[in-house]
Ligand binder design. Structure first.
Ligand code: HEM
Length: 214
């Protein structure tokens, strides 16, 4: 592929992925105002705005970041499975995109619908959704900051697939000893597993999707 096209895809990738982080920051600020404001008009406007930002900014940017990231991996020497940092970013981005799309069409849409209900002067009753959305936005911001950090530092080197010879070592008398994943990768896998388990437990404790207060 021509260097110009590669750079163009990188511009799309950095613009969409870091733009997604910016949109999440705005969403987080609005979700806090929605929880704390005592003004009915502001609360209504906040949840309607969050729904629009989610639908027309965050979801498209997340899909653009994912697609352009996979394309960038495949058209450069980085590869999709050759480096741990690329694999970690892929896992984090797929997880974040799935959660975002799922919550957009359940929790965020329901909060906007609730905000528009009731008497105009009365503070809308968003229920547990208000707290849930603050938590979701804060969680997404942390994941995206981790992803951005991985992109810049590119840690942990090559995967076994990327460099079998460099990771496997031949020990006299013991044959070939399979190399272990770097400690950072193992910590990340354990942390991701713990986060996923917490989310599943919280959802089950709250009664699945009905746990969003719907
Ligand atoms: C929200 C998620 C993501 C964020 C915030 C993000 C951010 C970034 C940033 C800031 C860079 C530029 C780093 C530099 O040039 O030093 C970059 C590069 C890159 N990203 Fe992502 N990225 C994300 C998702 C992904 C995904 C899902 C993949 C693929 C699986 C990916 C693959 C790459 C590759 C291969 C590069 C290096 C491009 C090159 O140097 O040619 N990214 N990313």
């Amino acid at each position: 592929m021509r260097p110009g096209l590669r750079r163009l895809n990188l511009v799309v990738h950095v613009g969409s992925s870091v733009g997604w982080l910016g949109a999440v920051a705005a969403f987080l600020a609005l979700s806090i105002v929605g929880r704390t404001s005592a003004d009915a008009g502001s609360v209504r406007a906040v949840y309607v705005a969050m729904n629009l930002i989610g639908l027309y900014v965050m979801v498209p940017l997340s899909l653009a970041a994912l697609v352009s990231g996979v394309v960038q991996s495949l058209i450069t020497h980085w590869g999709l499975a050759r480096h741990y940092w690329v694999l970690a970013k892929l896992a984090l981005t797929v997880g974040a995109t799935l959660l975002l799309v799922l919550h957009q069409f359940t929790a965020v849409a329901a909060a906007a619908e609730r905000a528009l209900g009731g008497a105009p002067a009365q503070l809308p009753d968003i229920g547990r959704l208000g707290k849930q959305l603050v938590f979701d936005a804060a969680f997404a911001a942390v994941v995206l900051v981790i992803t951005t950090t991985l992109s810049v530092f590119k840690p942990w080197g090559r995967t076994r697939f990327g460099s079998l010879a460099a990771v496997n070592t031949t020990v006299p008398g013991a044959g070939t000893v399979r190399g272990r994943s770097p400690i950072g990768v193992r910590i990340l896998i354990v942390a991701l597993g713990a986060i996923l388990a917490t989310i599943v437990v919280l959802h089950l404790a709250g009664g699945g999707m009905h746990g969003h207060g719907m």
